[in-house]
Design a protein around this ligand. Structure first.
Ligand code: SF4
Length: 500
């Protein structure tokens, strides 16, 4: 509105304060949402925004949006936003609420998300009585993915997976999630509302606010199921879709309060608290002398940032190699993560793990662009070779590095590490020979931390002795074969020239 017009009119209705002024979308679309005309999501967004404004909780609110048409809700709400994996919003909401009890956490979910793939998450969050608010937008179909049947699809309703209409004998009956959850003792308030006409919309707005307010009062789990039009997938006009909510959907999903225990409930008091870091060793039964105590000495790496991918066959000790590296980092007082990834076959199947070791906080345990790849066999080399960071290292268990895997921009140490381990007494120690080479190249960790980690993870004295020798042999093999300078940008703190 221009300033001249503003002076002539009193603004009675305006966009809710919690909505962004413009939306972070393509330039020409910054004043509109991505929802189809006549879609119920826009209306539910508006109700939620109004409730947040009226309750004055914008700075405390965390909105969890999972997969579905509402996946871009973070473009509209100027609150804390978390994107959750399909169906997992109640689990994410639980974590957000428990770690920040004063936040107001809203799990915003569609029916495919909440009643199918996320059925277990919502059931258990409701059963625990988490003090969260769930907005369950039910349009009786999977909309974002093009119209497949959902557990909420009506009997006789056509979808791409029920082209002749949902048949109870084939697809079962529509799932009434509100009634199902209301059988549990914990939920405090569940109501089903509709967007079928203006009267229904007014009631829906009141219910949404009440569900949020229950959380502000600390009463526990509230859920509002909103019967919502999806004109696009239902192949109706916006008006027809709204009427269909009122005239058809409502017969299967009757509107009204399904459970209301607000009068009987007192604000929930958490019975336990998250332990402080200092309390954790005692809880885990760790003796003081077992705690990390080896400081990184000044001539060791002053800045460490290892992104390591270890890959091979199951049974080659891929995961143990990663664990020793991560545990040694932990012992040295560094930030670490270790993320295993393996196929269903534990032996002879493929296996790999991601390891991060850093003296900065670690943002993600995933290592997609490693600065070290340890490839224990050729298939692993072929799979991950191209992902290695320019200037990084490929440590390959093979005499001959395949020509078609060669890259000019990475360093390579290709040796028969299995044979080296065999000469020490057991070919299965190849993993530790390779780890020894990595430790020598990176100079990232002090030897006492590595010894300590090995002690913790390898219980057999025979294997411990063998692994120690294997680590030392790996260091030697690297020194025997390489003596060129190391890229200080990638591995700061490591010596420029490696002694032979
Ligand atoms: S497909 Fe349906 S639910 Fe999705 S935005 Fe369009 S109308 Fe809304």
């Amino acid at each position: 509105m221009s300033s001249a017009m503003e002076s002539d009119y009193e603004v009675v209705h305006s966009k809710a304060k919690v909505f962004y002024e413009t939306y972070a979308r393509k330039e020409e679309l910054q004043h509109q949402t991505h929802y189809c005309p006549g879609c119920g999501h826009g209306i539910v967004h508006k109700m939620l925004a109004k409730a947040i404004d009226e309750l004055g909780i914008q700075n405390q609110t965390v909105l969890i949006s999972p997969v579905g048409c509402s996946v871009f809700a973070y473009n509209y709400f100027d609150v804390g936003n978390i994107q959750a994996a399909h169906g997992r919003a109640p689990a994410v909401a639980t974590a957000a609420k428990r770690s920040h009890p004063h936040s107001i956490v809203i799990s915003y979910q569609g029916d495919g998300d909440l009643s199918a793939i996320g059925a277990a998450e919502i059931l258990h969050a409701a059963n625990r009585g988490e003090n969260i608010t769930v907005l369950f937008v039910n349009n009786a179909i999977y909309s974002m993915t093009g119209g497949q049947a959902a557990p909420t699809t009506l009997l006789g309703q056509k979808s791409t997976t029920t082209p002749f209409g949902r048949n109870a004998a084939n697809e079962g009956y529509p799932l009434r999630m509100s009634e199902l959850l209301a059988t549990l003792d914990a939920p405090v308030y569940i109501e089903r509302v509709g967007l079928g006409d203006n009267k229904q919309i007014a009631q829906a707005g009141r219910a949404v606010k009440r569900a949020v307010e229950n959380q502000v009062r600390g009463l526990g789990f509230s859920m509002i199921e909103v019967l919502s039009p999806c004109p696009t997938i239902w192949k109706m006009s916006a008006v027809e879709a709204q009427h269909w909510v009122r005239d058809v959907m409502e017969k299967t999903y009757p509107l009204g309060v399904v459970c209301d225990r607000t009068k009987d409930r007192e604000p929930r008091v958490a019975t336990n608290h998250a332990p402080s870091l200092e309390e954790i060793p005692a809880i885990l039964g760790i003796e003081h002398e077992d705690l990390p105590h080896i400081p990184i000495t000044s001539n060791e790496a002053s800045h460490v940032d290892l992104h390591v991918r270890v890959a091979g066959f199951g049974g080659q000790g891929v995961l143990l190699l990663g664990e020793v590296l991560a545990e040694a980092g932990l012992d040295a007082g560094l930030e670490v993560s270790w993320l295993p990834s393996y196929g269903p076959e534990m032996r002879s199947g493929t296996s790999n793990c991601h390891v991060r070791v850093s003296n900065e906080p670690i943002d993600s345990p995933l290592v997609t662009v490693p600065n070290f790849l340890i490839a224990m066999n050729e298939p692993s080399l072929r799979k991950f070779d191209l992902s290695v960071q320019t200037g990084g290292w490929v440590i390959y268990n093979g005499d001959v590095f395949p020509d078609d895997c060669e890259r000019e921009d990475v360093n390579v140490l290709a040796l028969n590490f299995t044979q080296a381990a065999n000469e020490l007494g057991d070919p299965r120690a190849a993993n530790m020979v390779m780890l020894g080479a990595l430790l020598e190249i990176s100079g990232a960790l002090p030897q006492p931390s590595i010894d300590e980690a090995l002690h913790r993870l390898v219980k057999s004295e025979r294997w411990y002795q063998l692994d120690e020798r294997a680590l030392a042999r790996g260091r030697e093999l690297y020194r025997e074969t390489h003596k060129h300078p190391i890229d200080q940008d990638l591995f700061p703190g490591t010596p420029k020239e490696v002694a032979v």
